[in-house]
Design a protein around this ligand. Structure first.
Ligand code: ADP
Ligand code: ADP
Length: 226
């Protein structure tokens, strides 16, 4: 089974905007997939639908074979989401944020603390574990979002523009971390509007524009044609 299978996905917002016009997309297990497109193309909407944050108008989404309409909880367990905006409490500490997240997924506390250490150390957040999130730099907050999304060991990690507004040094270290996660078996899908980022990281690329997939190919064959 593919990690992600999307068929005929349509989204029309209440104001009449047709954000997605019938998207088909398959991401194989183990893949590192970039969804590339300009602002307004429909990337965030696609991710929102997969994570059941946005209600779709039509179509079908399966995460590791679990239809999100039929088997939402099973799909959710397979999925880690790194949204674009910071959305954690300013007052909770780094440790509280990640351990609470694990709690939502039923991970026992002891296991969660162990998992937190495994994630916070390589993300260079371990030293900051007892600090409230408001004291973190922007880059640290971004890394915290990745740690939080990985706490329940999802098989598929989806990141919405993970390095937007991030300086080049931090971008490189985030790329290294994501590569390593992928090497260890996590399927990764990220959205970006930088071809360079897609090129550096991803083996497969889908190009989205005006709510349609206009290209879906291996990075190698795309680059060969450029
Ligand atoms: P991207 O992530 O590629 O920048 P989005 O999925 O955010 O694209 O947006 C796709 C289209 O849907 C755009 O035209 C955008 O203005 C519109 N859109 C996004 N969110 C909403 C919303 N909540 N209500 C109405 N229109 C929206
Ligand atoms: P991004 O895609 O960069 O994450 P957002 O998802 O916040 O940005 O919004 C994407 C686009 O959708 C923006 O152009 C924004 O103006 C538009 N948008 C967001 N919410 C609404 C809404 N409720 N109604 C109309 N347009 C919206």
């Amino acid at each position: 089974t593919p990690a992600l299978k999307i068929r005929g996905l349509e989204k029309r917002y209440d104001n009449g905007v047709k954000a997605l016009k019938g998207i088909d997309l398959t991401v194989q297990t183990g893949e590192f997939y970039a969804l590339l497109g300009p602002n307004g193309a429909g990337k965030s909407t696609t991710i929102g639908v997969i994570a059941s944050l946005v209600k779709k108008t039509a179509g079908k989404v399966e995460v590791f074979g679990h239809d999100i309409d039929v088997d939402f909880n099973a799909a959710k367990r397979c999925l880690g989401l790194v949204p674009q905006e910071f959305n954690f409490s300013q007052f909770e500490t780094v440790m509280q944020i990640v351990v609470n997240q694990a709690g939502f997924y039923g991970v026992p506390r002891e296991k969660a603390v162990q998992r937190a250490e495994e994630l916070l150390k390589p993300l260079q957040l371990w030293e900051k574990r007892n600090e409230p999130s408001r004291q973190l730099s922007g880059g640290m907050k971004r890394r915290l979002m990745i740690a939080r999304a990985m706490m329940h060991e999802p098989k598929l990690l989806i990141l919405d523009e993970p390095t937007a507004g991030v300086d080049i040094e931090l971008r490189r270290s985030m790329w290294g971390f994501l590569r390593e996660l992928n090497r260890q078996g996590t399927t990764i899908v990220l959205t970006t509007h930088y071809l360079e980022e897609a090129e550096m990281l991803c083996r497969h690329i889908g190009i989205i524009n005006h709510g349609e997939i206009i290209e879906d190919t291996s990075m190698k064959s795309l680059l060969a044609r450029m």
